[in-house]
Design a binder for this molecule. Structure first.
Ligand SMILES: [Zn+2]
Length: 110
C-alpha cells in the first residue's frame, strides 16, 4: 500500500520503500534516509539571495556560514527537499515513520 507522506514523497508500507510522488522512482528503504538516494546540489546562498549591499554585512546569508542543499529525484529531476545547513554539516534525517503503525488501520478493516 502506497501512502503520500509529503507533497513529493510516497512510501510503500508493504515493500517498505520510499518513492518519488511524481514519477515513482524508488528512493531507498523506508527505514533509511530518502535523501541518500537523491541527487544532491549544495549551492552557494548568494546564487539564490543576492546581497542587499556590498559591505561587510550584506543582510543576506553568508557563504561561509550556510549552504543551500537541494535534493532531486534521480528519476525525474523533481526538487524533493531543500535544507539550509552550515558547510560540512551532515545531511539531516528528517522523517522516521512508524511503518507497522501505518499498516494497522488496514488490519482493522479486515
Ligand atoms: Zn521523480
Amino acid at each position: 500500500m502506497k501512502m503520500q507522506i509529503t507533497e513529493n514523497l510516497d512510501v510503500d508500507v508493504d515493500a517498505r520503500v520510499w518513492s518519488c510522488h511524481h514519477c515513482g522512482a524508488a528512493l531507498g528503504a523506508a527505514e533509511a534516509n530518502y535523501k541518500e538516494s537523491c541527487l544532491v546540489a549544495a549551492r552557494d546562498p548568494e546564487e539564490i539571495w543576492q546581497p542587499h549591499v556590498r559591505e561587510e554585512v550584506t543582510f543576506s546569508y553568508h557563504r561561509d556560514w550556510c549552504r543551500i542543499v537541494e535534493f532531486y529525484c534521480p528519476g525525474c529531476g523533481w526538487l524533493i527537499e531543500v535544507e539550509v545547513l552550515p558547510p560540512g554539516h551532515p545531511i539531516t534525517h528528517d522523517i522516521e515513520l512508524d511503518l507497522d503503525g501505518l499498516r494497522e488501520p488496514q488490519k482493522g478493516a479486515h
